[in-house]
Design a protein around this ligand. Structure first.
Ligand SMILES: Nc1ncnc2c1ncn2[C@@H]1O[C@H](COP(=O)(O)OP(=O)(O)OP(=O)(O)O)[C@@H](O)[C@H]1O
Ligand SMILES: [Mg+2]
Length: 308
């Protein structure tokens, strides 16, 4: 896929100043890009900065430093109302807990049409209803669902409502922040398949955020592994799964349960503790292992990790 990436994040820093003495460096110099129609999986443990990255991209925060470009336009500086409005349509977010972000007193039709209402994207009530029906259909819900309330749905269905609400804006990028983490494994697979189908049909790019690698494997073209605000390894899904280099990536991989119970019995989880590892992310630089694969390390670390 040639040409300018849809989204380019360069050396993004998002620091939160808590007091005169203490600053949380939630994101500390992260770079990656997402191409049109691509799914980028962002993984890392709790507190690694995943949501902060998503929120910085969608401009809920003012980035401390670094650059974010979307469709070739720098969106990291001050934005005027028109630019911000464009972003709020072309990028959409799906959240972990749909119940928390679906207004319980609103009917599904009004929840899904909210973005249309805000941006006045229809010329008649009928057009609005038609648009909602079409999207309900696309996410595997039915028209009868339109007049119900969020509490009348299962977790998986609610997540479909969240997806419908994003899709109706015809975005170019969807940021799915732990969108399926709260669902049963079987329902997770359904929602992942739904997202894949939609992507095939529409060419939407997806930033898929998760704390482990299990589902990320099935949906991502490329993966970024985040730890303590640093991107420690990036590569194609194959690079990450077949040739992991960073010890943190290896520990994440070792945490994935095997479907095969015999193999699962002999699975050994590899522990990774930054504090005692002797690794200093501040000293490492991005080393290109191949065209698609890079790792954050010092020369010595890289040699040690790739030896044998
Ligand atoms: N608005 C904020 N003010 C201060 N600190 C923040 C703020 N938002 C996030 N943080 C801190 O930044 C770090 C990264 O948080 P973030 O929510 O991005 O992590 P995460 O990877 O999404 O974690 P989780 O998997 O638990 O959702 C954490 O230490 C968090 O406490
Ligand atoms: Mg988060």
């Amino acid at each position: 896929m040639a040409g300018t990436p849809l989204l380019q994040v360069t050396e993004l820093k998002q620091h939160f100043r808590m007091s005169s003495k203490y600053t949380v460096k939630a994101v500390d110099g992260v770079s990656f890009e997402i191409r049109t129609g691509e799914t980028y999986g962002l993984v890392g443990e709790s507190g690694s900065g995943k949501s902060t990255i998503g929120r910085s991209i969608i401009r809920l925060y003012e980035p401390t430093s670094g650059e974010i470009t979307f469709e070739g336009t720098d969106i990291s500086g001050n934005l005027n109302r028109k630019e911000l409005r464009l972003l709020r349509t072309k990028m959409q977010m799906i959240f972990q807990d749909p119940m928390a972000c679906l207004n319980p007193r609103k009917k599904v039709i009004d929840i899904i049409a909210q973005g249309l209402d805000i941006h006045k994207l229809y010329s008649s009530k009928q057009e609005r209803t038609e648009k909602v029906y079409r999207i309900l259909d696309k996410v595997g819900l039915s028209r009868e669902h339109a007049n119900r309330y969020p509490h009348q749905f299962s977790g998986g269905q609610r997540q479909r409502i969240g997806i419908a609400r994003a899709l109706i804006m015809e975005p170019r990028l969807i940021i799915a922040d732990e969108a399926i983490s709260a669902l049963d494994v079987s329902i997770q697979a359904q929602v992942v398949n739904l997202l894949k189908d939609i992507q095939e049909e529409t060419g939407i790019a997806l930033l898929f955020i998760a704390h482990d690698l299990s589902m990320v494997k099935y949906i991502s073209d490329r993966i970024g592994v985040l730890h303590l605000g640093h991107m420690v390894e990036t590569g194609t899904t194959q690079d990450i799964f077949d040739n992991p280099i960073h010890p943190y990536t290896k520990s994440l991989l070792s945490a994935i349960p095997h479907a095969n119970p015999v193999k699962e019995k002999s699975r050994v989880a590899i522990a990774y503790d930054y504090a005692t590892s002797g690794i200093d992310y501040g000293k490492g630089v991005q080393h290109q292992v191949s065209d698609t694969h890079s790792v954050l390390a010092t020369e010595e670390e890289l040699q040690a990790w790739t030896a044998g």
